[in-house]
Design a protein around this ligand. Structure first.
Ligand SMILES: C[S@@+](CC[C@H](N)C(=O)[O-])C[C@H]1O[C@@H](n2cnc3c(N)ncnc32)[C@H](O)[C@@H]1O
Length: 199
């Protein structure tokens, strides 16, 4: 794909997000994941990590009974969404989320590190966010629950994917159409959490 075409496509999702009232173009990534993998079910309880400004929470709230959204940055209120300001890499986040829910059906994470331009460092930070998202998922998910996590492809990616495979019955790596073509981001889709088999 040419750079021109990639930019036009990005622009297309940006305009579409504005038109449809989504807070971020990334909402389309979760929509595309949902259309393909059906990770969200009616009435489910969702934890949305790295949630601000709220595009994914908007999509999740269409299905969920409640969404607990976590981010370092503030987020404007949304119907059915409880916002928790905090760092997903800190232990106390489990307690903060636990003030609102005991368990969840789905954990989604679109958390991204601040991009430094040093890819090795950015990738390592992305994996660190994913490790923490998985830890939160393992704490809260019910048996059979689902997990979606954005990761930057690179050196540490295969080992992380393997870890996810051990804890879920079905695991796929997916690049949504709405991701920029040049981007190295991948979404791990994991279904069927094995509560009895936590590693
Ligand atoms: C790509 S944005 C998420 C967009 C969001 N999914 C949406 O649809 O609106 C990535 C988010 O990850 C958050 N983030 C990065 N590191 C974090 C951390 N350690 N704890 C919590 N949030 C974090 C950033 O503040 C940022 O808002």
């Amino acid at each position: 794909m040419t750079r021109w075409y990639a930019e036009r496509k990005r622009d297309h999702y940006y305009k579409e997000a504005k038109k449809q009232g989504y807070r971020a173009r990334s909402a389309f990534k979760l929509l595309q994941i949902q259309n393909r993998y059906r990770v969200l079910k009616k009435g489910c309880i969702v934890i949305d990590l790295g949630a601000s400004p709220g595009g994914w929470s908007q999509i999740a709230a269409k299905y969920a009974s409640v969404v607990v959204a976590v981010d370092l940055q503030p987020m404007k209120p949304l119907d059915k969404v409880i916002f928790v300001k905090g760092d997903i890499t800190k232990d106390e986040i489990i307690e903060k989320i636990g003030e609102h829910i005991d368990e969840a059906d789905v954990v989604i994470s679109d958390a991204s590190p601040n991009i430094t331009g040093n890819y090795t460092m950015d990738q390592a930070r992305s994996v660190w966010l994913c490790e923490n998202a998985l830890k939160i998922a393992k704490h809260f998910l019910r048996d059979g629950g689902n997990f979606v996590c954005k990761i930057f492809e690179g050196e540490d990616y295969p080992a992380f994917l393997e870890k996810v495979r051990k804890n879920f019955r079905m695991v796929k790596a997916h690049s949504p159409q709405a991701s920029r073509k040049q981007s190295s981001e991948i979404y791990i889709i994991a279904k069927g959490f094995r509560r009895d088999f936590i590693i």
